[in-house]
Design a protein around this ligand. Structure first.
Ligand code: PLP
Length: 370
């Protein structure tokens, strides 16, 4: 089986990060097995405030930062703290699977805004304006996007920023892939546009994707103090602090040398170019150029509804993907889960050899459908 399913870098956590952890553990009386402040170690919150403050051009006090057990946990706490029953949250589709469910768990109503591959999956300011009701509280902006790899242009971010201010929305800015942007694309921060968008933006970020640290579970939120305090209260009554030693690792990641990020980004970029070329060579498959994250998101709708050599009809992308696993020995993720039926997601956070062999299997299997 060759899998394109994993949403995590295949690289090891960089050595200097592991070294920092080893040193900490070996420090006699260092207390690294103890509780920390619920919201994270003060020095880590300061490092995060400094980093995010610089990127987004906002003045952040460490008190405005909450460290959680992965960005998923950050987002969960955030929706729980933010949403009252019946509040609406705008979520552009294709979306990361957890947003709508988290909003619903918090008693809110996800309002899905459909986008098109032809528009590089960008939601427009007019769509945002049209979707707003008196109950609309926030919009989720995941830039670069999981699952599409789309990156919003400066013009698009500016247009969205204007709509956000006009409609007085909060922006849940999930920037977990911010440092994985390729070619001539650039990450544009909506907060950085100016004070009006800055005060409405809640920054969600983390160590998982940038530093190949998915398993360490460190994510963080920065935003208005009352919201961060409310989130800390929820965290304090559920999980308490994120793992102490993982916080040490995150601190080393943020304050240590950043060459590892550039190296991993360069490797992802090579794989991105290769996978898009291979996917585009498959008849009936179309693939927009992903400009960020580590996912390709081709349209395979030409193969939905076709018959397998075994005589079964593949009625949708889920059945297509199940069949690809079973017969083609290649795993890709159905677009339906991301609100995009007819598409599939391939993570290229895997070896070049897997990309070549796996896409070959994918194409060969599809070619047997009638
Ligand atoms: N946001 C997006 C868009 C993601 O793709 C992920 C992970 O897949 C997360 C947040 C959560 O990341 P983690 O909890 O590993 O920090």
């Amino acid at each position: 089986m060759i899998s394109f399913g994993a949403g995590e870098p295949d690289f090891d956590t960089p050595v200097h990060i592991k070294e920092a952890v080893r040193t900490a553990l070996e420090t006699p009386g260092g207390g690294f097995g103890k509780y920390t402040d619920v919201g994270g170690l003060p020095q880590l919150r300061k490092a995060i405030a400094d980093e995010l403050g610089g990127v987004h051009n906002v003045a952040l006090d460490p008190e405005q930062v909450l460290v959680s057990t992965g960005a998923k946990h950050s987002l969960y706490n955030l929706f729980m703290a933010l949403i009252d029953p019946g509040d609406e949250v705008l979520i552009p589709a294709p979306y990361w699977v957890s947003y709508p469910d988290m909003v619903m768990l918090a008693g809110g109503k996800p309002v899905i805004l459909e986008t098109r591959a032809e528009d590089d999956f960008a939601v427009t300011a007019d769509q945002v304006r049209a979707a707003c009701t008196p109950r609309t509280r926030a919009i989720v902006l995941n830039n670069p996007s999981n699952p599409t790899g789309a990156v919003y242009s400066r013009k698009q971010v500016e247009a969205l920023g204007a709509a956000v201010v006009e409609k007085d929305l909060l922006v849940v800015s999930d920037d977990i892939y911010r440092q994985l942007v390729y070619g001539d694309a650039e990450y544009v921060s909506i907060a950085r546009l100016g004070p009006e968008t800055a005060k409405r933006t809640i920054l969600v970020d983390g160590a998982s994707k940038t530093y190949a640290m998915t398993g360490w579970r460190v994510g963080y939120t920065a935003g208005p103090l009352p919201l961060i305090k409310a989130m800390a209260k929820i965290q304090g009554q559920s999980t308490s602090n994120p793992t102490h030693i993982s916080q040490i690792a995150a601190l080393a990641a943020l304050t240590g040398p950043q060459g590892c990020v550039a190296e991993m980004r360069a490797a992802f970029d090579q794989r991105r170019i290769a996978i898009v070329k291979l996917l585009r060579a498959i008849p009936g498959v179309s693939c927009r150029e992903p400009k960020g994250a580590f996912y390709a998101f081709p349209d395979v709708s030409a193969y939905v509804g076709k018959k397998t050599p075994e005589g079964a009809t593949l009625a949708d992308d889920v059945q297509l993907c199940d069949w690809l696993v079973e017969v083609g020995k290649v795993a890709v993720v159905p677009g339906s889960g991301f609100g995009a039926p007819g598409f599939v997601r391939l993570s290229y956070a895997c070896s070049m050899q897997n990309i070549e062999q796996g896409v070959d299997r994918f194409g060969k299997a599809l070619a047997t459908l009638r």
